[in-house]
Design a protein around this ligand. Sequence first.
Ligand SMILES: C[S@@+](CC[C@H](N)C(=O)[O-])C[C@H]1O[C@@H](n2cnc3c(N)ncnc32)[C@H](O)[C@@H]1O
Length: 243
Amino acid sequence: MAEPPPWLWDLPLINLYSTDIVGYMYDVPFVATPEVVVRRMLQLARVRSGEVVYDLGSGDGRIVIIAAKEFGARAFGVEIRKDLYEQSMARIKDLGLADRATIINASFYDVPLTDADVVTMYLLTTVNERLKPKLEKELRPGTRVVTHDFEVPGWRPVVVEEVYEEWRSHKLFLYKIPGKEIPIPGKMVDLNDKWLRQVAELVDGVRSLEEIAAKLGVTIRQVREAVEELRKLGVVEEVKIIK
Ligand SMILES: C[S@@+](CC[C@H](N)C(=O)[O-])C[C@H]1O[C@@H](n2cnc3c(N)ncnc32)[C@H](O)[C@@H]1O
C-alpha cells in the first residue's frame, strides 16, 4: 500500500495546535517537527545504533520513534502531558518498538540525562536558557544536542542548517558538549577478550574516549562500556573529565 501523503500526518496536529488550550498551561505548546526535519536532526547528530537519545518535550513521540526505528537508538522521550504520553506510548507499542523506545511522563527539568549521547529539543529560547545549567551539569563531554528553530543562548553551535520543508524553512542548531573523558591506565592484566584488549591498548592517559572510538570505528558509548569493564578489572584506574 502507498505511503499516506505527509500532510495527512500533520493535519490533526495543526488542528490540535490551533485548539491546544491545554498546551499553553506548560512551558511550550505542542507543535510537531515535520518528519523530514526529524530525520535531518538525527542525521546531523550522527545518531548510531545503540546510542541513547532523549527528546525533551516529546509531543506525539515522532522523534523517539524515528530514532529507534530508523537509527537503531535507545530512545527516550520526556513529555509532561498525560494525553500525549499515552498517545505516543500506544504508538510505540503498536509499532513493536517498546524494547528500544519509551516515553517518560514527567517534566524534563526532573529527569536525569547523564546517560545521553544525543539530546533533541524543539522548545523555546527562554526554555532552552532555563534548561542550560542542567544540560551543562549532566551531559558528558562529546554529547550532541540538536535544537529545532530555537538556539541555546550563549552556546556556540558546531553547525547551523536550514531545512526546507513544504511550506516553511526550519533552522537546526547542532551543539557538542565541550571537554574530554580521558581513561587513565591502571595495572597490567592479561586480557582474553579481544575487544577489551583492543580498547586497553589505546588507553594511554592522553587519548580521550572519543579519540579511541574514532580509531576503532565504534561509538563513544561502546568504548565507555568497555572502559567501565576495564576499570572493574583494574586495567583502567579512573576516567578523568576535563571540561
Ligand atoms: C513544540 S513541542 C515538540 C514536540 C516534539 N519534540 C517534536 O519536535 O515533534 C514541545 C513539547 O514539550 C512539551 N513540554 C512543555 N513543557 C514541558 C516540560 N516542562 N517537561 C516535559 N515536556 C514539556 C509540550 O507538551 C510539547 O508536547
